[in-house]
Design a protein around this ligand. Structure first.
Ligand SMILES: [Fe+2]
Length: 170
């Protein structure tokens, strides 16, 4: 009797431990997502301000729509991090440590380079989020799952819309 009780207790403990490991992996990737989305928002805003050339108007407008959308996702992601009972990182220093995205340099950048770099960033984000989504699904963190599904659709569409500006130029 005693041994079966302690077996059950140890099974419960193991389950609780693996649950907390799964949740902490979800928290870490949610923080990474917050940092990625914030840096991508800044990069998109940078491109909105500085893009030049024959595609100026349509890229300027497209980047504006995209950084506004990214700003909404940044806020949603931070709220998911808080709902996972973790403080949300909120400094450029923390975001640069957490994210693998490369910021633009301050020199002159061609419209084609903005298009190439940002469409690649959106594609990379959609790929990264698919594995982060699996972690969130395994941990049954529903609000995180819904956020990542929305983000994947957004990034795939954004990559396509930006990439279309370079169609026919190569
Ligand atoms: Fe503007």
């Amino acid at each position: 009797m005693r041994s079966s009780t302690s077996l059950k207790d140890s099974q419960k403990l193991t389950a609780a431990r693996s649950e907390s490991t799964a949740t902490s992996a979800v928290v870490e990737t949610a923080k990474k997502t917050l940092a990625d989305e914030y840096i991508l928002q800044l990069k998109t805003q940078n491109a909105h301000w500085n893009v030049e050339g024959p595609m100026f108007f349509s890229l300027h407008k497209l980047f504006e729509e995209q950084y506004e959308k990214l700003s909404e996702y940044v806020d949603r992601t931070a709220e998911v991090v808080r709902a996972l009972k973790s403080p949300a990182p909120g400094s450029f220093e923390a975001f640069k440590d957490l994210s693998a995205l490369q910021e633009f340099s301050d020199g002159k950048i061609s419209a084609e380079s903005y298009v190439g770099a940002l469409s690649q960033d959106h594609t990379n984000m959609a790929i990264a989020l698919k594995s982060r989504l699996e972690l969130a699904e395994d941990a049954e963190e529903t609000s995180c799952v819904v956020l990542y599904e929305d983000l994947i659709s957004f990034h795939e569409k954004a990559a396509w819309m930006i990439r279309s500006h370079n169609a026919g130029t190569r």
